[in-house]
Design a binder for this molecule. Structure first.
Ligand SMILES: NC(=O)c1ccc[n+]([C@@H]2O[C@H](COP(=O)([O-])OP(=O)(O)OC[C@H]3O[C@@H](n4cnc5c(N)ncnc54)[C@H](OP(=O)(O)O)[C@@H]3O)[C@@H](O)[C@H]2O)c1
Length: 338
């Protein structure tokens, strides 16, 4: 029984900070990422999800495009058999860009539920606001000739299908991902069910303060991806200008004071700031220390202030592979030229 195992590296989930979303539902203030990054196998990721549940993680960030939901579903099945109840886990997934068309969101969600062996998802995201996609392992210069810019009417078609999933009881909450304030304003104007959360890139060198504040002001919980600066991200998401959060002198100095890896400071900062970080690792020592960091030896106000100054506005997941014909460069994806 996972519950009855006393493992030194575990953290009692009750102690982990909680957040509230629409309707008062509570969720853990930290989750486990499951994107194998084209570097780790589906088996490695599923084993990490199992280990993460043992050390006390209760939120898991899944997606159909990660190609591992069928194996993670086996793990969830075992987790429930071990005595953990469904309502103790908070499980998210995402509809991939090739399934935005009418009826497809419902099909995609049905496949995810089947793969994850669940009756419902706690939160379902629209992964990207474009129907543009790339094959697994796409190189940095990949371009899809059918790629196109954001079309609000098309996004709303996708969103209304998301709303139907809530009405059908298959999904408790719906959310957005990789959005901008411009697009969120359009969505909030037209949505019948507002997003409960927005999954966005957030790490010390990319704090997105305006979007973060906008989400908080509109009751949208920020979920932070690449919280450590994604050192193992695919090559297609690397450019020569990228900064490395875990080498930043302020982060490194604070890490020395707390006697932890700089990655752990990135996670602590994220939780204390109020976003929900979803760090990924296949190594038990890493993911257990990420979870433990939320309950012990917290950062001081001075350290939180110092980390504010680390922001370089350095976006890592620029989305170059989603660019369309006529786009000036990746900045168009983020409405930076409007
Ligand atoms: N919505 C979206 O579009 C989107 C985009 C990207 C990611 N995501 C989600 O966000 C999750 C996290 O993002 P990510 O995996 O790209 O980046 P990340 O969590 O910032 O970085 C993961 C890497 O950090 C290292 N690490 C983790 N914990 C550590 C620790 N305690 N000490 C030292 N190193 C540590 C590991 O590298 P080593 O293996 O070298 O130790 C690991 O591979 C993904 O898994 C996915 O669920 C969503």
């Amino acid at each position: 029984m996972i519950n009855s195992k006393i493992i030194d590296d575990s953290t009692d989930p009750i102690l982990v900070p909680q957040r509230s979303i629409h309707g008062g539902d509570k969720l853990p203030g930290i989750g486990m990422g499951t994107f194998g990054s084209d570097r780790f196998s589906a088996e490695d990721v599923a084993a990490a999800v199992k280990g993460a549940s043992e050390v006390g993680f209760r939120l898991f960030d899944c997606a159909s495009v990660y190609g591992n939901e069928h194996l993670i579903g086996e793990v969830f099945h075992d987790v429930f058999k071990s005595g953990i109840r469904r309502n103790e886990l908070f499980i998210t997934s995402k509809v991939w860009n090739d399934m935005h068309g009418k009826g497809n969101v419902l099909l995609s969600c049905a496949k995810t539920l089947k793969d994850l062996k669940l009756d419902y998802l706690d939160l379902y995201f629209v992964h990207w606001p474009f129907p543009n996609f790339h094959p697994k392992g796409a190189p940095p210069d990949y371009h899809n000739k059918d790629a196109r810019s954001y079309v609000h009417e098309e996004y709303m078609e996708t969103w209304y299908q998301m709303e139907r999933l809530v009405q059908a009881g298959l999904v408790r909450h719906i959310g957005t991902s990789n959005m901008t304030i411009y697009k969120l304003k359009l969505l909030l104007h037209d949505a019948r069910i507002a997003p409960s959360a927005n999954e966005m890139e957030l790490h010390p060198c990319f704090q997105q303060p305006e979007l973060f504040d906008f989400c908080i002001a509109h009751g949208i919980q920020p979920v932070g991806f690449c919280p450590i600066g994604s050192p193992t991200r695919p090559d297609r998401d690397k450019t020569s200008d990228d900064v490395v959060d875990i080498l930043d002198p302020v982060i490194v100095k604070i890490a020395r004071i707390h006697n932890v890896h700089p990655a752990v400071i990135c996670v602590k900062w994220a939780v204390q700031r109020g976003q929900i970080p979803i760090p990924f690792s296949i190594y038990r020592s890493e993911y257990s220390s990420n979870l433990k960091s939320t309950v012990n030896d917290l950062l001081t106000n001075e350290e939180m202030e110092a980390i504010k100054t680390v922001d370089k506005g350095c976006r890592l997941i620029k989305g170059q592979v989603f660019m369309w014909e006529g786009a000036r460069d990746w900045t168009d994806l983020w409405d930076m030229n409007i």
